[in-house]
Design a protein around this ligand. Structure first.
Ligand SMILES: Cc1ncc(COP(=O)(O)O)c(C=O)c1O
Length: 310
C-alpha cells in the first residue's frame, strides 16, 4: 500500500478476517443498532444489499449519478441520506460494477459529510490492486485525520491475485475510536481466516508486484479491446472502460429490447452475463461482463451478443 498508494499502515492496526464481506457484516454487527440505516450507492456489488440486511440493518440507497455512461458519487444524495439519520456508509472504492475510481476531491467531500453527520465509513477497497493505468486509487484512510477518525478500510489480495477461495482479507484502522470499535469484534472473527489465505496474502503483497503488473497490462489491453469490439460489432451499447478491475458495465438500453438484455443474450446468444438488475433497480437494461479472459473469448462474447440481436 505504501509503495503503490503512498498509504502507510501500522501492522498492529490490521485484523485478519475470512473475507471482505464477512468483515463488513461483523463490523456492522458491532457498530450498528438493529434497524440502523446503512447507505449504499447502487448500482453496486449485489452482496452489499444482502449483507446489510443479514446484519440486521436497513438499506438506504443513494444511487450514483450518471451522465453518458460516466458514474459519479452523488454527494447531494449522500448528504440527504446522512441528514435523514443513516449512521453508516458502505463505500465501494473502487466501485464494482463499473470499475470507477473516485476522485480524491470527491472522497474528501465524503469525509466532510461523514464528519458533519457523524457517519462511520466502511471503505471496501478490494479492487484497489487492480487500478489500471491512468487512474489513481485513493485509500480512504489516507485522506487525513478526520477520515481516520471515522473510517475503516477493508482490503484483500483476493481480487488482485485471484485467491478468494483461500479465505483471508484484512480490516485496517488508524485511529483510537476505530481501534476501540474493532476490539469489540468477537475473537472468532480473526480465527476464521484460512492459514493458506494468510500465507498467500503475504506472498502476494510481498512478492507479487511483478505478477500484478503483468496482469494489469492484460486487463488494460482487454478493456480497450472491448471498446474496439463493441464499436465494431455492437455500436448501440454504451460502455466506458473501467478504471479499475476487469468488469465491463454495458448499457444496452438503446438496443430497445423487449426484455432484460441478460435474458436475450443467454437465450439467443448462449452467452451468460450478469444481470444489471442484480446491482439495483438502476441496473435495468444493463449487463455486466467479466473481461478477465483471453482476447479470443472476449471476441466470442461480443460475437454471441451480436448474434442474439440478429
Ligand atoms: C466490491 C467487492 N467487495 C467484496 C467482494 C467479495 O470479496 P470477499 O470474497 O473477500 O468477501 C467482491 C467480489 O466480487 C467485490 O467486488
Amino acid at each position: 500500500m505504501l509503495a503503490r498508494y503512498d498509504w502507510a499502515i501500522d501492522p498492529a492496526d490490521v485484523v485478519r478476517v475470512s473475507d471482505v464481506m464477512v468483515g463488513i457484516t461483523e463490523l456492522l454487527r458491532v457498530a450498528a443498532r438493529p434497524g440502523d440505516g446503512v447507505v449504499v450507492n447502487p448500482p453496486v456489488y449485489p452482496p452489499f444489499f444482502s449483507h446489510v440486511v443479514e446484519a440486521g440493518c436497513r438499506l438506504v440507497e443513494a444511487p450514483l449519478a450518471v451522465s453518458r455512461g460516466r458514474y459519479e458519487l452523488d454527494l447531494e444524495a449522500l448528504r440527504s441520506a446522512f441528514a435523514a439519520g443513516s449512521r453508516i456508509y458502505l463505500l465501494c472504492n473502487p466501485h464494482n460494477p463499473m470499475g470507477r475510481v473516485f476522485s480524491r476531491s470527491d472522497l474528501l467531500q465524503v469525509v466532510e459529510l461523514a464528519e458533519r453527520y457523524g457517519v462511520l465509513v466502511l471503505s471496501d477497497e478490494i479492487h484497489a490492486p487492480l487500478t489500471l493505468p491512468g487512474a489513481r486509487h485513493t485509500p480512504f484512510l489516507s485522506l487525513g485525520e478526520s477520515a481516520r477518525a471515522r473510517g475503516i478500510a477493508l482490503v484483500s489480495a483476493s481480487k488482485g491475485w485471484n485467491i478468494p477461495g483461500l479465505k483471508c482479507a484484512q480490516i485496517v484502522v488508524a485511529s483510537d475510536p476505530m481501534r476501540a470499535l474493532i476490539r469489540r469484534l468477537p475473537e472468532h472473527v480473526w480465527f476464521r481466516a484460512g492459514n493458506l489465505g494468510v500465507i498467500a496474502s503475504v506472498a502476494a503483497y510481498r512478492d507479487g508486484g511483478g505478477w500484478l503488473d503483468e496482469l494489469l497490462a492484460v486487463l488494460d489491453r482487454n478493456r480497450n479491446l472491448m471498446s474496439t469490439l463493441l464499436a465494431e460489432r455492437l455500436p448501440g451499447v454504451v460502455y466506458r472502460p473501467p478504471e479499475a478491475g476487469y468488469l465491463g458495465w454495458l448499457d444496452c438500453r438503446a438496443l430497445g429490447l423487449p426484455q432484460e438484455p441478460v435474458d436475450r443474450f443467454l437465450e439467443r446468444g448462449r452467452v451468460a452475463l450478469t444481470a444489471g438488475l442484480r446491482f439495483g433497480s438502476q441496473g435495468s437494461g444493463h449487463v455486466r461482463v467479466t473481461m478477465a479472459t483471453s482476447r479470443e473469448i472476449l471476441a466470442e462474447i461480443v460475437e454471441r451478443m451480436r448474434a442474439a440481436l440478429a
